[in-house]
Design a protein around this ligand. Structure first.
Ligand code: PXP
Length: 246
């Protein structure tokens, strides 16, 4: 199976909010999120990721409706585990929800969701989302206790946090952690995705990580789009990803 590419378009909304946060109804409000979503899909995005944060710093509630109703490709809705946002997820029924940490207490030292310390709260949320027909992913560090807890709670998928790998001066150890994590996750029967900090320079080293289904990439693609356009930036990344041995 070819590796899938999920494109995170939050930064398109970041740019719009920088100028139009108080004028979202203005016909001048730009960039238009749906236009860029279409460009990403035309460039080869297999899914679109949007993160509705509690503080609404980039994606707004209306964006969630527009992107979900456009039905271009499956939507991966990133959210923190809070009642208000869970209700929005259930109302919109995206294909996937990826639960991510938003407040300090939920975060491991590496930055993934601390599933081990929050089993109770997460178990209930996962059940509710799945009951609404939404598949659930947990954004975690590639460590055995987090993987085992994710499986125990019934998540279909995990997204392995590649931030430590992307930021390491010597990435060998972090790459090995990802290899071990993906191998264990696969053995447990979890779908393995990966994301954070992936770019065209560090992606090839990640091809040593087995059993990957999807990469989620945002910052690099939106940055590259400033030079070549989002359609082209996504198409370039897709082409690089064809080298994944599968
Ligand atoms: N995966 C998750 C769970 C994220 O929260 C983000 C955005 O921070 C990404 C992937 C994409 O990361 P980046 O923007 O560094 O490519």
């Amino acid at each position: 199976m070819p590796l899938k590419l999920g494109v995170n378009i939050d930064h398109v909304a970041t740019l719009r909010q920088a100028r139009f946060a108080t004028m979202l109804e203005s016909p001048n409000a730009e960039p238009v999120l749906l236009d860029l979503a279409k460009e990403a899909v035309n460039g080869g995005a297999d899914s679109l990721t949007i993160h509705l944060r509690a503080d609404r710093r980039h994606i707004q509630d209306r964006d969630v409706t527009v992107i979900c109703e456009a039905n271009l490709v499956p939507v991966n809705f990133e959210i923190g585990n809070t009642e208000e946002i869970i209700q929005i997820a259930i109302a919109h029924k995206p294909a996937f929800v990826c639960l991510v940490p938003e407040i300090r207490e939920e975060i491991t030292t590496e930055g993934g969701l601390n599933v081990v310390s929050q089993r109770g709260e997460l178990q209930e949320t996962i059940k509710r989302l799945q009951g609404a027909g939404i598949q659930v992913s947990l954004f975690i560090d590639p460590d055995a206790p987090q993987l085992e807890a994710s499986k125990e709670l019934g998540a279909e998928m995990v997204e392995l946090h590649t931030g430590a790998y992307a930021n390491a001066a010597n990435s060998g150890n972090e790459r090995q952690r990802l290899i071990n994590g993906a191998t264990l996750g696969h053995k447990l029967g979890l779908q393995i995705n990966a994301g954070h900090g992936i770019n065209s320079s560090n992606i090839a080293e990640l091809y040593h990580v087995p059993y990957l289904t999807e990469f989620n990439i945002g910052h690099h693609l939106i940055s590259r789009a400033l030079t070549v356009g989002l359609h082209h930036a996504v198409a370039e990344m897709r082409e690089l990803m064809d080298a994944y041995p599968g």
